[in-house]
Every structure is written in C-alpha cells, then in structure tokens.
Design a protein around this ligand. Structure first.
Ligand code: NAD
Length: 470
C-alpha cells in the first residue's frame, strides 16, 4: 500500500475546504464564523470593536500591507469579472464591462496610508504634531448603484486610517456584498490582520441600519446613497459623513469643441448605464450649437427620440412622480427602447430627447441612459438653468467651453464638489482625469471626495521644550 505523507493530506484537505468555501460564497449568504458576516448588528459591531483594538497595535507597515491585500484580491481578474456579473444579476442594474472598470479603479486608485499627512509646528516651545488617528468602528452604508466599488473604496480608506468597519449594504446587493466581504476577510487573514476588521450582518435591512446608527461602539457614520439615508445619518447625533444624490448638468457653450463634447457626454452619460451619481443627467446647450451637438452625439451611440408621443410613453414608463421607476434604473438603452416599442439600433448606448426645462427628465435623478437636452438662448441662461437643475446638491457639474471666464463663472455659481471641464463626468473621480478615485463624494457634509484622511480624527501631540532643532 502506498503511504501518503501528512503534508499531502494537509494540502488535499486545504484544497477541498477552499473549494467548498468558494462554492458556498457564490450561492449567497451562508453565515460562517470568521468571515465577517454576523447574525445581528450587535455581535458584528462588538467583533469589529475588538478587531479595532487589536489593530491599534499594528504598525503603519502592517496597515499598508492589509490595504495591499484588499487591492490585490479585488484585482484578481476572475474576482473583477465575478463582481461585475453578480452586481448586474443581483441588482438588475448597470453593465458588466463598466462595472469591471469601476471596481478596478476603486482598487487601484483609492489612496491608502500615504493619504495620512502629519502637520507639525516646531519652535522655541518644542514640537507639536497633528496626528491623524482612527475613529474606531465606522458604520458605512452602501448603495445598490456601486455596491462592491463602494465597499472596496471605503474599506481601503477606512482601514488605511486605522479603523474597523461595519457595512450596511442595500438589501438588493446582499449576496454580492457578502461574497466580497468574505473575500476581503480571507485576504486580510492571509496578510496577518486581526479578524473582523470588516464586518456586516447576514440580513441587511433598514432595521439593522438603524441599529447600527444607534450602537454606542460606532463612532462615525458614512452614508453613500440617496437623500433619506443622508438625512438619517445626519439626524443620528453622531459624527456623520453624508454622500448624497446628484443630478449633474452638462452645459455646452458655443466656444466648445462640439465634436469632442458630444463624445464626452455620451461616454459619461452611458457609463454603467448612467448609474454613477456623477454621471451627466441633463444637457443644457446654447441654442446655436444644439443641433450640431445632437448630430455629433448620434455618431457615438446616442439615439434621439423625436416623436412627442414616444417621449410621453418613455416618461410614463420610467418616471414615478419625483422618482425614477426602480425597475428601469440602470437598464440598457436597448431594453428601454424596446419597452416603448422602438427597435433599438445596433450599438445604442444612450437615448437622448429634447425637452423643455420643466420636464421630469430634467428634474428627476433618473440614473438610466436617458438624457434630456434643453436649449438655452444664451450662455447666461444655460448657467441659470444648470444651477436650478442641480437642485443645490453641490455634487457634480460638467461644462464644455473654451472660455475660461465662462468656466469660472459657472464653477463659482453652482458650487459643486466636482466640476469637470471639457471631459466626461467620470474624469471627476479619477477615471481619465488627474486625482484619486472615490465612490463616496460627500457634498452635503463638505468632506468632498473622501479618502483615508476623511475617516480620521485629528489629535494634537505636544512635546514641550524639545526636538526643536532649528
Ligand atoms: P438608497 O438611498 O436607496 O440606498 C442607499 C443605502 O441606504 C442602502 O444601503 C439602503 O438600504 C439605505 N437606506 C436608504 N434609505 C434608508 C433609510 N430610510 N433608513 C435606513 N437605511 C436606508 O440609494 P441607492 O438607490 O442604493 O443609490 C442611489 C442613490 O445614491 C442616488 O441618489 C445616488 O446619487 C446616490 N449616490 C451618491 C453617491 C455619492 O458619493 N454622493 C455615490 C453613490 C450613490
């Protein structure tokens, strides 16, 4: 009889366990110890608090290694593909290639520990530093529109700043978020991190989110979502970062390179089927170039609805009062066209329709590849309308113009957190534009494009009478 060495037995057992875990993780929410998924909020938060206390003893090099482990596991090609496919399947929104790109940018371009910069005063009295320290356990609420992107982005920033995090995902992204949290925890364990730095609950719900917001061990709340959740965290009595809704206007001025503006707008507005809060949601074009702009947009995958009856049919399909119809959020342009009885042309990415400014397509944050176009008589009128359409969200605006004064004027007037000039909207989150990437853009509370330092407390450390070597 052939004898099998203990090492071979160990390897076989490990392989089988890995295969079983992998098969479980793809079917949904099976609660297993050590994977960061807990039956209730209290046990999740208590475990995260213990993890954070252990994390305090880790070095900055350790933190950097853990952040790298998160990036590396997210960037495994099969994992990127899985996250994109599973998000489209589970949430029913978006498209696979753009979700692959979004997850990749979140993993590659979210700042890590290098984002924590110490300020110092050195003088006759000694040396004082401002240390960028963790809050402890952060409660992070994530949206359906960027489910895994936000978890990757928040996890990197929050752990880089020395925190533990409890995620409260949207119930419609539960299985996928569980899958990712399991993967992140396995990668962190392999990198030697304390267990439970990233946790969640088996059944995400509004009740569980409320329990998280009220829990005494949660020191900071970060809400990425619509107005209701931002209001909820800001009413919680805790320190909160609110990353809320947008309705970004794209203003096109006569001085713009119209051909490029048209392509940029179609690229930005069709990206992940218009799900990003930063994506162009309405175009306001000065009259003299509006026809040319539409003509150029048609060359890049836009389809124009001209028949008022079809526009009305589309409105009845996708707008419900002041909200979009959830079933149509993030759907493909071709599926939307088919639903109103229009045979979609090959390669269609975006539906455009010229409408009056008061139309619901302009006012409602549709989050689908339906882009209204409004004509303005003058550039000043275009700017006025853009400010109104943005609803004071202070989120994102885009302008295509070669007139520096006009760009400056709208940027001053609209006061958005992101102002993209002469590019697609996604340039504003570091995709084809300079600067880092984030999926939590805190307009309402003013942190702006969040990164590790947004999730940190500032503490003054004072050494009296020493270390001044000037
Ligand atoms: P949503 O507001 O429906 O849900 C976001 C999260 O909040 C989910 O986890 C949901 O379960 C939770 N939630 C919502 N209302 C709640 C309540 N009353 N109590 C407790 N929990 C609640 O948003 P969504 O449809 O998933 O995402 C789209 C919205 O998010 C859009 O308005 C978009 O602009 C915004 N968004 C903003 C940013 C940003 O960085 N500013 C990023 C992504 C999405």
């Amino acid at each position: 009889m052939t004898s099998i060495s203990p090492e071979v037995v160990r390897q076989v057992v490990e392989k089988v366990v890995r295969q079983v875990a992998a098969s479980q993780s793809s079917v949904g929410s099976i609660v297993a110890p050590g994977d960061g998924i807990f039956p209730d909020m209290d046990s999740a938060i208590t475990a995260a608090d213990a993890a954070w206390r252990a994390y305090l003893d880790c070095s900055m090099k350790d933190r950097a290694r853990f952040v790298k482990a998160i990036r590396d596991v997210a960037l495994v090609p099969e994992n990127l593909q899985y996250m994109a496919c599973a998000a489209v399947e589970e949430t029913g929104m978006g498209n696979v290639p753009d979700k692959v790109a979004k997850n990749r940018f979140a993993a590659e371009l979210t700042p890590g520990t290098e984002d924590l910069i110490t300020e110092a005063w050195s003088g006759d009295e000694g040396l004082t530093t401002i240390e960028i320290s963790p809050f402890g356990v952060i409660g992070a609420i994530t949206p359906t529109t960027n489910p895994t992107e936000t978890v990757i982005n928040n996890a990197i920033g929050m752990l880089a700043a020395g925190n533990a995090v409890v995620f409260s995902p949207h119930p419609r992204a539960k299985n996928l978020t569980h899958w990712l949290i399991r993967k992140l925890n396995a990668a962190l364990a392999e990198a030697g991190a304390p267990p439970n730095l990233i946790v969640t609950v088996a059944e995400p719900s509004i009740e569980n989110t409320n329990a998280m917001m009220e829990h005494k061990l949660v020191r900071l709340l970060v809400a990425t979502g619509g107005p209701a959740i931002v209001k909820a965290v800001l009413s919680s009595g805790k320190k909160a970062i609110g990353a809320g809704a947008g309705n970004p206007p794209a203003v096109v001025d006569a001085s713009a390179n119209i051909e490029k503006a048209a392509k940029d707008i179609v690229d930005g507005a069709s990206f992940d089927n218009n799900l990003p809060c930063t994506a162009e949601k309405e175009v306001i074009a000065v009259e003299c170039i509006a026809d040319l702009l539409k003509f150029e947009m048609l060359k890049h995958g836009a389809y124009e609805l001209r028949d008022p009856a079809q526009i009305a049919k589309l409105e009845a399909l996708v707008v419900n009062g002041r909200h979009p119809v959830t079933d149509w959020v993030g759907k493909d342009a071709s599926a939307i066209l088919k639903a109103i009885g229009v045979e979609p042309p090959a390669g269609v990415r975006l539906i455009i329709a010229e409408v009056p400014f008061e139309h619901p397509f302009v006012r409602v944050e549709l989050m689908m590849p339906v882009l209204p176009i409004v004509r303005a008589k003058t550039l000043d009128e275009a700017m006025d309308l853009a400010v109104i359409a943005e609803h004071g969200n202070r989120h994102t605006a885009i302008m295509h113009s070669c007139d520096v004064n006009a760009l400056t004027k709208l940027a001053r007037r609209i006061q958005t957190t992101i102002f993209v000039k002469n590019g697609p909207s996604y340039a504003g989150i570091g995709i084809g534009g300079e600067g880092y990437c984030t999926f939590t853009i805190a307009g309402p509370t003013g942190e702006g494009l969040t990164s590790a330092r947004s999730f940190a407390r500032r503490r003054r450390c004072v050494l009296v009478g020493g270390l001044n070597v000037r």
